[in-house]
Design a binder for this molecule. Structure first.
Ligand code: GLU
Length: 580
């Protein structure tokens, strides 16, 4: 682990608003201070930096950042949700699973109902709304565990900023307001949720208005004063759970008391001479990410690397994602339920055979491409350079509002070499739409990440954690020097986004800014249709159609957060996609 001082980079949202949607912001190092913080919220980054300045560790800063972000972006993440973290200190890398868990009341048939055609509760809004999909929240236990292991400052200090900001009120951003308008109908089913997010006219809080959440402020004060365990086994836990139960939430005190963060070895894989550590099951996203990066190395041993902005490159991306997403969909689930162990799969004969299949699929498509009209119509004659593309990127959100991702990712690296990559979520925007009366926080709807079928590895069951796409990751060089802390929000797009970033950054050598801003392509779930971001040049769309893809354009829906550097560099560049 390097002990070199790092320059400090932050990613305040205000800088992002005036620049493009993906940028980095550099602040000169302050004598004696060297750290990197990246989050999707200026307030959250500021809260983390303030803690680091006081001598706190990355774990302390993470507690302050997550709780503050809960105040500013309650629709994404927070203490009613769950998260996954990969942490490294002195060369030891660990995985912490604070994913929500199904309570004792959960059953394999919980998403089935004869009332609906096909016998399954329709996904939106029915399956994701109200008490049924609420899992036992894990975020507080995750933060508490990280603090216990790696904290330096008293816990009480770390929730104080969030309590203050909830009391003083936040200004509703355009992003917040857009999402609120979309989800207001779900919220209005529950009087307290409606009250929490309504403006003076009873409609959704408008842009620019101050939104106070006195109940949430009190919750953070109590959490600070009584300690994180109180959320599970103390008076805080008893009282918030009683309030939630009155709304029909089927979690009991035993479920809450039983909840524990799981600690495990991270999923480890190598690619292009770098060593990656990512989330274990119940994350399946990390298997897709590992597969993508490892396959690329294999494939480019026998194939020329195409230009980053070429139809061939997107064929390679899409076919690799197609195969790995199918593998994930059919096989992966929580520990003990998945059909194979992702760590054992890596380096196995099965992986090699799988690569051959992907390679053949790519070769078929690229052959098709060569036989068609596109040969010779690649990057140089259409675009002056990657930077000319990047300067006009993500045109679909010119006002600076965020893409419609769910979830938040944060990466914090402190001056003592502690690095934390952490993704936190309440699943959908506004989670279950149930806010806990008197406590000011929203409950997740994470159990809707289970498959509704009763006979799938990812079927619901008491005590089980739903499969996730979240893929917080740390990257090291061969000398164990930390090169990056990456992660992303965006549901099934999470691993695909991180993979495309790492591909363009490490294989195509784009800068961190260019790589994060580069247009991306996705398979959406099992569908044959691919989605390309609106910023994708037309010639790529045309080429992809030529080789048989059904192509749709769409808004950017994933949000990448990364602190990364090149092997020779000591400084991290923090890149945060859109602001709040
Ligand atoms: N629930 C999602 C997952 O764990 C994260 C939420 C999202 O980004 O859509 O994969």
């Amino acid at each position: 682990m390097s002990t070199q001082p790092l320059k400090r980079y932050d990613s305040p949202a205000s800088a992002l608003l005036t620049a493009c949607l993906s940028t980095y912001f550099f602040l000169a190092p302050i004598a004696g201070w060297a750290y990197s913080v990246v989050s999707g919220s200026k307030a959250s980054t500021d809260a983390a930096v303030a803690v680091l300045k006081k001598g706190g560790s990355a774990a302390d800063a993470m507690v302050a950042a997550i709780t503050t972000q809960n105040v500013w972006q309650p629709f994404f993440m927070g203490i009613g949700g769950g998260g996954l973290a990969v942490v490294s200190q002195n060369g030891r890398v660990q995985f912490f699973d604070g994913r929500e868990e199904a309570p004792a009341s959960a059953t394999p048939t919980m998403f089935l109902s004869e009332k609906f055609e096909g016998g399954k509760i329709p996904y939106y809004p029915e399956r994701v709304t109200g008490a049924n999909p609420v899992g036992i929240p894990g975020t507080v236990a995750l933060l508490g565990t990280l603090h216990k292991r790696f904290g330096k400052l008293p816990w009480k200090q770390l929730t104080a900023q969030a309590a203050l900001e909830a009391k003083n009120g936040i200004v509703v951003s355009k992003h917040f307001s857009n999402i609120l308008v979309d989800e207001f109908e779900r919220l209005t089913q529950f009087p307290y949720s409606k009250l929490l997010f309504s403006g003076p006219d009873g409609g959704p809080q408008a842009v620019g208005l101050s939104l106070k959440n006195i109940d949430l402020s009190r919750t953070f004060e109590q959490l600070g004063a009584e300690g994180w365990q109180s959320f599970y086994t103390g008076s805080l836990g008893r009282s918030w759970l009683s309030a939630a139960q009155r709304l029909g939430v089927k979690i009991n005190q035993n479920d809450l008391a039983r909840y524990a963060v799981r600690e495990a070895k991270p999923l480890q894989f190598n690619s292009f001479g770098l060593s990656y550590y990512s989330a274990q099951l119940p994350s399946a996203g990390s298997t897709v990410l590992a597969g993508y990066m490892r396959f690329l190395e294999y494939y480019y041993k026998s194939h020329t690397v195409p230009a980053a902005l070429s139809v061939e490159r997107f064929i390679i991306t899409l076919e690799t994602l197609r195969f790995y997403q199918k593998l994930r969909d059919e096989n992966l689930a929580d520990v003990g339920y998945a059909k194979f162990d992702p760590q054992t799969w890596i380096g196995s004969a099965k992986e090699k055979a799988f690569w051959l299949e992907i390679s053949n699929a790519i070769d078929t498509k690229t052959k098709q491409l060569k036989e068609r009209v596109l040969e010779g119509r690649r990057t140089p004659d259409i675009f002056e350079s990657v930077s000319s593309l990047v300067s006009g990127l993500r045109k679909e959100t010119p006002s600076g509002e965020s893409p419609k991702n769910h979830t938040a990712h944060l990466a914090i690296i402190d001056d003592r070499g502690l690095a934390i990559s952490l993704t936190d979520t309440i699943e959908q925007h506004f989670g279950s739409a149930l806010a806990v009366p008197g406590f000011g926080f929203l409950l997740n709807n994470e159990l809707s990440d289970f498959t509704a079928d009763t006979d799938h590895p990812n079927s619901p069951k008491a005590g089980k954690r739903p499969r996730s796409n979240m893929s917080p990751t740390l990257i090291f060089d061969s000398k164990k020097k930390l090169l990056g802390a990456v992660g992303c929000a965006g549901g099934t797009r999470i691993p695909a986004t991180i993979a495309q970033f790492l591909d363009t950054y490490f294989v195509h050598n784009l800068s961190a800014l260019e790589a994060s801003a580069f247009p991306r392509a996705y398979f959406i779930n099992a569908s044959e249709t691919i989605v390309i971001e609106n910023s994708m040049p037309n010639f790529i769309e045309l080429g992809l159609k030529q080789v048989g893809y059904k192509v749709e354009r769409g808004e950017a829906e994933s949000v990448l957060m990364t602190a990364i550097r090149r092997k020779a560099a000591n400084d991290f560049t923090a890149v945060s996609e859109p602001p709040s």
